[in-house]
Design a protein around this ligand. Structure first.
Ligand code: ZN
Length: 331
């Protein structure tokens, strides 16, 4: 395993940026890390300044708000080539030997390190990368994603983008985490979720702007077992022998996890590949589907409409027929 020792920032260095009143825990360490990196890493500081000034255009899709976000810096991720040949040739940007010298991190359990995302979409945007260069796959690490979400607490959410539907490093396992406030999906589902269920409770909304399933439980092991079954059934319904196309968002509050499963129809919509006025460079992943849709090109941001967004969401998420078949199999 690569040696991350020189990349960790220790508590004595973090103390210059924040003094928590109680003991240091992971949440407090990453809060201090965000301040330290903002102060010492010019690229991150510029990115955060850019995000604060980002323009938004709210659009209504099936009665729900989607915030389109004009974020030119994200062109790197939105237009990233993620085919096997390109990935094999590039230096992996999540491996410790390839990080910029200013980039430091905080350890999470024995296998992960939390870093600041230099291309943020939301406030306090972290990347939590495996220390080891190994493929983006969720089955064996879903429990770690739950643990991470609990460690960050109720003001954050975590996410996972599948290797074929949004991850810009499909060859290096990573999660992301961001501040939770203002993300439309969580507000849209707030009224339908049960607090502290003892078994896995499922929730979905017919005629919502995308097909999304929320699974809540306070029992980690039960939720892990249920998730593996849901993953297997999704692979069957979508007829794939690989990991099925899926984005995940996870929250933790009232001692309860809620996992939002966003099954996909495909990676990129037709308008991504179109030419002239029909072209819209958007490439939805978990945050976009949660209701903050990144549009990096100024002309595309100006012309994108609610009809375009509805069409994009319909194309990249799972259709009604297969979503219902999946629900029937896992209820
Ligand atoms: Zn790597």
């Amino acid at each position: 395993m690569a040696n991350w020792d020189s990349r960790y920032i220790h508590d004595h260095a973090l103390r210059a940026y924040w003094q928590p009143t109680g003991d240091w825990d992971f949440r407090q360490r990453v809060s201090a890390l965000l301040r330290q990196q903002h102060a010492t890493w010019p690229m991150l500081r510029d990115a955060v300044t850019g995000l604060v000034a980002a323009e938004y255009k709210p659009l209504s899709v099936k009665g729900c708000t989607v915030l389109t976000q004009f974020n030119p810096a994200r062109i790197v991720s939105t237009a990233a080539k993620v085919d096997a040949a390109t990935i094999k040739q590039r230096a992996c940007f999540l491996c410790c030997e390839n990080l910029p010298p200013e980039e430091l991190g905080v350890a999470f359990n024995d296998e992960f390190v939390a870093l600041c995302n230099p291309f943020p979409v939301l406030a306090d945007h972290l990347v939590i990368a495996a220390k080891e260069h190994r493929p983006q796959l969720i089955a064996d690490d879903f429990g770690a994603l739950l643990d991470l979400t609990r460690a960050l607490g109720r003001d954050w959410f975590t996410l996972y983008n599948g290797p074929r539907c949004g991850a810009s490093a499909p060859d290096h396992l990573h999660f992301q985490a961001c501040a939770r406030a203002g993300v439309p999906l969580f507000d849209d589902f707030a009224a339908t979720l049960e607090q502290s269920p003892d078994t896995v409770r499922l929730s979905w909304q017919t005629d919502y702007r995308i097909n999304v399933l929320a699974a809540s439980s306070r029992k980690r092991d039960e939720l892990c077992a249920w998730f593996l079954r849901a993953l297997t059934e999704l692979a069957r319904v979508t007829e794939t022998s690989e990991e099925p196309l899926l984005n995940l968002l996870v929250t933790f509050q009232h001692e309860t996890w809620t996992v939002f499963l966003l099954p996909r129809g495909k990676h990129r919509p037709a308008c991504y590949f179109a030419e002239g006025d029909a072209q819209l460079t958007v490439s939805p992943a978990a945050i976009d589907l949660s209701g903050v849709l990144v549009v990096p090109q100024p002309a595309h941001f100006a012309r994108i409409t609610a009809t375009d967004v509805a069409q994009i969401l319909a194309e990249v998420t799972l259709d009604d027929e297969r979503f219902k078949a999946w629900l029937q199999a896992i209820q």
